[in-house]
Design a protein. Structure first.
Ligand SMILES: *Cc1c(COP(=O)(O)O)cnc(C)c1O
Length: 406
């Protein structure tokens, strides 16, 4: 009889790890990874329990900070991002909270792009501001601004690329150099590209952030998050905070994301392909003023995006509907969104169901009109997170409104 198969052979390709990386099978040999829905783990004896609680021996203890299903998701995502380790969190924002709690203290300074996810800005500026963490917000694309913002107490640079909803792309390698020259770390929110298109760690980022809610799950089912980094950062700085703070990823949600990762590569490829076709079509539509999509040659950072994102634009695009004045702007955007019969009108993204969003009244609704104008988010802007429907049906759905504007 063949020797029992243990572990994976070395040197496997990312596509293979996406479907195979996981903790060892149980004694029953299940082919689909087990969902370990248990809050705690029994210990063989008290001495073993003592060693495990002290961290002297590996072994699962309690699902706030150690669970085999969560561990499988972490192993698989780390393999895809090309980092040594990963820690799962309750949500994408939970991941950013854990990052800030683990790496920052009162008196430290953060440099962050002005164009990152709105809740990220609130968390860093307002919540961590309360605890004495300073922050400076800079241009997504102007490296000189990032450099000028560096101070002796700068500990963290925070970027997200491409951004939501205008798909601005920043240069990860250049930002990593700026961070490291100042003895700071670079964290990159890789939500929009996912590791299928972009691996920030290979470009010098120290921490990669994920909202598992988006492309990693990929079918809009669960809220989840994760941080990928070196073993020393994850084990030394982040897991201890997770253990105390309990921003834990539930095993069920981890299992959904784990299975989502198996199809991440082909979904991203197919959804990016559809997004490019839709962007090219929108660009020629007489009712559309401007299309924002990194896959278009007209995008200001097209060359950088192609180099950094495996030659693909991703699955999110935005466009301005033509409008003569601000009053008409919102009406016309609403008309296009409300004329769809297929696209989901919701603020999520990363789903195989295509989604249409009016950022100025939803995700960016808490900003003042001036703040929105500074961010380039106008009332006539619509965002489409492209899913897996036939692109002809998506064009027809957008045409219902675009062709009937008064
Ligand atoms: C959605 C999102 C987050 C937050 O993730 P949640 O899982 O909703 O907490 C963070 N960053 C980006 C870029 C996102 O799109």
């Amino acid at each position: 009889m063949a020797e029992e198969r243990k572990g994976l052979p070395p040197g496997l390709h990312r596509d293979t790890l996406a479907v195979r990386a996981a903790v060892d099978k149980s004694q029953y040999g299940e082919n689909s990874e087990t969902l370990y829905l248990t809050s705690s783990f029994t210990q063989p004896d008290s001495a073993t329990a003592a060693r495990r609680f002290a961290g002297e021996e590996d072994g699962f203890i309690y699902s706030r900070f150690s669970n085999p299903t969560v561990a499988s998701m972490e192993m698989r995502l780390a393999a895809l991002e090309g980092t040594e380790a990963c820690v799962g969190t309750a949500s994408g924002m939970g991941a950013i909270l854990l990052l800030c709690m683990g790496l920052l203290k009162s008196g430290d300074h953060v440099v962050c792009s002005r164009s990152v996810f709105g809740s990220t800005i609130k968390l860093i500026a307002t919540e961590f501001g309360k605890f004495g963490v300073e922050s400076t917000f800079v241009s997504q694309t102007d490296l000189a601004e990032w450099k000028a913002a560096m101070k002796p107490n700068t500990k963290l640079l925070f970027a997200e690329t491409p951004t939501n909803p205008l798909t601005e792309v920043c240069d990860i390698r250049a930002l990593a150099d700026i961070a490291h020259d100042g003895s700071a770390l670079l964290a990159v929110d890789n939500c929009f590209c996912s590791p299928a298109l972009q691996q920030p760690a290979a470009l010098g980022a120290d921490i990669v952030i994920h909202s598992g809610t988006k492309y990693l799950d990929g079918q809009g089912r669960v809220v989840a998050g994760a941080l990928c980094a070196s073993e020393s950062l994850i084990k030394g700085k982040l897991i201890p905070v997770m253990r105390s703070a309990g921003i834990s990823l539930s095993p069920f949600n981890a299992w959904v994301v784990l299975k989502g990762l198996e199809t991440l590569g082909i979904r991203m490829e197919a959804q990016s392909k559809r997004a490019l076709e839709l962007a090219q079509w929108l660009k020629t539509h007489p009712a559309v003023e401007r299309v924002y999509y990194p896959g278009l040659a007209s995008h200001p950072q097209h060359a950088l995006a192609m180099a950094q994102q495996s030659g693909q634009g991703g699955a999110v695009l935005s466009f301005d509907v033509k409008a003569a004045n601000p009053q008409q702007a919102r009406e016309r955007a609403f008309h296009v969104a409300d004329s769809t019969r297929l696209l989901s009108v919701t603020a999520n993204l990363g789903d195989v169901k295509s989604i249409i969003t009016h950022p100025a009244s939803t995700s960016h609704g808490r900003l003042s009109e001036d703040q929105r104008a500074a961010a380039g988010i106008r009332q006539n802007l619509l965002r489409v997170a492209v899913g897996l429907e036939h692109v002809g049906d998506l064009k027809d759905d957008l045409s219902r409104g675009l062709d009937t504007l008064s």
